[in-house]
Write a protein that binds this ligand. Structure first.
Ligand code: URA
Length: 228
């Protein structure tokens, strides 16, 4: 038997989604991985960060962005004036993909099929959170959420109008209690911003790393200003 589509329950909140995702078999990555690494953060978060996939440490801890990339992200958020505790942090793919070697597990980028298989979970997270701003950390997240032709080098740091899939438009059809005509409820504009992946900053050669870090902080500062 092969993989079946993600079984995403509705109306269960983030906790229920997390529990359901723990048993996801929508692609083959679940088997060698330690566990599903679901998103983390308050249901009231106005901002959602989307990374690529958990790394070695995230796979062991069961939490997103707790390894070296997460440490760098934490520092950049602080420098940009964003409190990580107010944000929801997740990944486009929720299992660690790696090649085992005797000494260590070597990270492998997720394939298009893994991103596709995992997308119902990301959409369900958006649907519960109804974020105002989604920040794509790196090209994998940006291509998954915007379009495969998205060029992070060209479009990073820009707030782009964007509507998360699963965003509910509520349009009551009955007059309200006062007999007034119902007003159409229009959701506030939502935004997307793409920036570099923290791991890309870590991989930048010594002589250019400080500038790469500063560019990440500058992009995150755009987000901080928009939220203020
Ligand atoms: N890199 C990611 O994209 N996500 C994590 O959670 C950790 C590292």
């Amino acid at each position: 038997a092969h993989d079946h589509p993600a079984q995403v329950p509705s109306g269960v909140g983030l906790t229920g989604l997390r529990e359901a995702a723990a048993g996801c078999r929508a692609c083959e990555l679940w088997e060698p991985a330690t566990q599903t690494v679901f998103g983390e953060g308050p249901e009231t978060a106005r901002i959602v960060f989307v990374g690529e996939q958990p790394g070695d440490q995230e796979d062991r801890a069961g939490e997103p962005f707790v390894g070296p990339a997460g440490k760098l992200l934490d520092r950049a958020l602080t420098d940009a004036g964003i409190d990580r505790r107010d944000a929801y942090v997740t990944n486009a793919v929720k299992h660690f993909r790696f090649t085992p070697t005797p000494k260590r597990r070597i990270h492998q980028s997720p394939g298009a099929e893994h991103i596709r298989a995992c997308k119902p979970w990301l959409e369900a997270e958006f649907s519960v959170l109804q974020p105002e701003i989604v920040v794509c950390l790196g090209a994998v997240a940006a291509k998954a959420l915007i379009s495969p032709s998205f060029r992070i080098t060209k479009e990073r740091g820009q707030l782009l109008p964007w509507t998360p899939p699963g965003r509910q438009l509520t349009m009551p059809t009955e007059p309200d209690a006062d007999g007034d005509e119902p007003e159409e409820e229009v959701p506030a504009q939502t935004w997307m911003l793409a920036t570099a992946h923290p791991s890309a900053v870590l991989r930048t050669p010594d002589d250019a790393r400080a500038a790469a870090y500063d560019a990440l902080v500058a992009d995150l500062s755009v987000v901080a200003t928009a939220l203020a």
